[in-house]
Ligand binder design. Structure first.
Ligand code: UDX
Length: 459
């Protein structure tokens, strides 16, 4: 089928590439001309595992094209809107980019178009879109509007798109529902050339959930807000574990064994970040407020998350006493591993707090340093984890990249001023580190002190 995708961010680029991968003929547009030129010249504007290979592969066989929004609107029978909906100052989602696309569709489209919201939008946006298209429609075009929220995670977006747990669509016409079922059929049947795994046919088939537009729009915000709530819950439990001398890892394990709770998203740490959870929780609070519902629960989720940064800095202060003049190594800047994205990354807030107290930061991240330099230019960026730890009074692990688990601890011990690791993600093993003489401080009561230090302290 000929499909159009408007917007080439994480969601748009993954959607366009994967729809082409499963066999559709896709035209993807981008209004940022620099980014568009990069894409047309085969240069990736972002780091995302597998995505570059998929794009290269489908462009080679002529199933993916990049160009202007106008050309995209003329191209496909179905148009996926994947433009950004960043937060406004009051927390509402900024919908001006969606409106601008709708206006262009109304002017340019001829014949029938299925307009699909894939960006994260507040409930009832579909109704607004439908009205807007009919008011501004000039060419006697017929429109259907549908919602098709995306649940992909950065760092695994290609896998999440091709092997989802569910595909949610919200449409108010059988024609629109049938068209979306046809578009996603290869994924529902798990019948496509998978760029990641060889044994795909055996994979679990996703559920195709067809509902009305409002419900589909709410599923997205409710899902992200629920996951954010789960993280804030375990972060509060972590504080309690620190206060009463329990181990949050064990508590989370015990909770997660109950299938009604499940082990996912029970990893305590320095708080959730990224371009989705913080803004979606805010937007959901606002949506509820405007509908007369006081979602105070989510306000608490936000407060708990905001306090994670100060809580972690306090832990570092407790270990280092005076922060001024201390040399601190930071491992990880991205809001999570396998992405170069530093938007709303807790690591950057922690660095700013430490710098404000006069600490000198030496940072390393495998992928996100270029983007971090735009946010915090005045800190030392290092080539690798060892260089960052040179002469440091402490190493802070702020993003759980796999490579930090494979560090040569003996070598590291020889480089640091003091063998202290403060792990903001509980990514490392206290036993391993203490066996190399490190003092280890994790989240939620997880810690370790090397034998000789213990005997020194206990005399
Ligand atoms: C999220 C949703 O998972 C995805 O379904 C949606 O489409 C977009 O938003 P993403 O923002 O890429 O995806 O990241 P995710 O993996 O969900 O992590 C979000 C944040 O929560 C990260 O900062 C991560 O470090 C943190 N997190 C996650 C925790 O602190 N603990 C956990 O147990 C899980």
């Amino acid at each position: 089928m000929k499909l159009s995708v408007i917007g080439a961010g994480y969601v748009g680029l993954t959607t366009a590439a994967c729809l082409a991968q499963i066999g559709h003929d896709v035209f993807c547009s981008e209004s940022d001309l620099d980014k568009l030129a990069k894409l047309q010249n085969g240069v990736m504007p972002l780091f995302e595992p597998h995505l570059e290979d998929v794009i290269e592969g489908v462009r080679k066989v002529g199933r993916l094209h990049f160009g202007s929004t106008e050309d995209a609107i003329v191209w496909g029978d179905a148009i996926f809107i994947c433009v950004g909906t960043p937060p406004l100052a009051n927390g509402d989602a900024d919908l001006h980019a969606i409106e601008a696309v709708a206006r262009t569709i109304a002017k340019r489209a001829t014949g029938y178009r299925l307009v699909i919201e894939k960006s994260t939008v507040p409930v009832q946006t579909g109704a607004q879109l439908r009205k807007h298209l009919s008011v501004h429609g000039t060419n006697g075009s017929k429109y259907d509007v549908a919602s098709n929220p995306e649940f992909l995670r950065e760092g695994s977006s290609v896998e999440d798109f091709l092997h989802p747990d569910r595909i949610v669509i919200g449409a108010d016409s059988p024609r629109a529902t049938d068209l979306l079922r046809e578009i996603y059929e290869p994924i529902v049947q798990q019948r496509f050339d998978c760029p990641i795994h060889s044994d795909c046919p055996k994979r679990k088939k996703p559920i195709f959930l067809a509902t009305d537009t409002n419900s589909a729009e709410l599923i997205k915000h409710a899902s992200n807000s629920f996951l954010a709530m789960k993280i804030s819950f375990i972060n509060m439990v972590a504080n309690l574990c620190e206060a009463v001398g329990a181990d949050v890892t064990k508590v989370a394990q015990g909770m997660g064994l109950d299938p009604r709770i499940g082990p996912a998203f029970l990893n305590p740490g320095i708080g959730f970040g990224g371009f989705c959870f913080p803004k979606d929780v805010q937007a959901f609070i606002r949506i509820a407020e405007k509908s007369g519902c006081d979602f105070s629960l989510l306000r608490e989720v936000e407060k708990i998350n905001q306090r994670r940064v100060e809580h972690f800095v306090e832990q570092v202060r407790n270990e280092l006493w005076v922060l001024r003049g201390k040399k601190i190594a930071v491992w990880g800047l991205a809001f999570k591993p396998n992405t170069d994205d530093v938007r709303f990354a807790p690591a950057l807030s922690i660095i700013r707090s430490l710098q404000a107290e006069g600490a000198r930061i030496q940072a390393y991240d495998p992928e996100a340093m270029e983007k971090a330099k735009n946010e915090i230019p005045d800190l030392t960026y290092c080539q690798n984890a060892y260089e960052a730890a040179k002469g440091a009074d402490a190493v802070l692990l702020l993003t759980e990249w796999e490579e930090f688990r494979a560090i040569d601890w003996k070598r590291l011990g020889g480089l640091m001023e003091r063998s202290l690791i403060v792990d903001g993600r509980n990514a490392l093993s206290p036993d391993d580190l203490t066996s190399y003489g490190f003092h280890y401080v994790g989240i939620g009561g997880v810690s370790g002190t090397p034998q000789e230090l213990t005997s020194l302290v206990n005399g």
